[in-house]
Design a protein around this ligand. Sequence first.
Ligand code: CMP
Length: 138
Amino acid sequence: MQRTLAIIKPDAVGNHCAGAIIKRIEESGLKICALRMVTLTQQGAEGFYAVHKDKPFFSALTAFMSSGPAVVLALEGENAIRRWRDLMGATNPDEAEAGTLRKEFGASIDRNATHGSDAEDTAAYELNYFFCGVELLR
Ligand code: CMP
């Protein structure tokens, strides 16, 4: 069993697509261990995406991620990291395969509807960023 952190980003929440995305998660067989709506501060978004702090898109990314409410979820299942990333599709919706969430709900690489951890160490950091131990007791 593996856990991963998923985010339904402010663009998708603002477009009233959070419910549709949660339905797709449930249909995929991934288990939702924890879920919360959160509006990040700029500083909160910068801490979450600290790994990207030297990238040219860091400022735009963190401004966008703090622009409105997002839904954060802890997902669990066998190969949960890979399965959630496959369900999301490529980072750039233009390159994402048909049937993936980013193809369906994303508008651009900056507004790509969802986020997912990319490895076990980042999943541990990201889950811990939003959820405390007692929230993940399941
Ligand atoms: P996400 O999976 O949330 O991880 C970092 C985010 O940075 C990514 O999705 C994109 O929304 C955003 N981003 C903007 N420009 C780029 C880029 N050139 N390469 C990768 N990610 C980018």
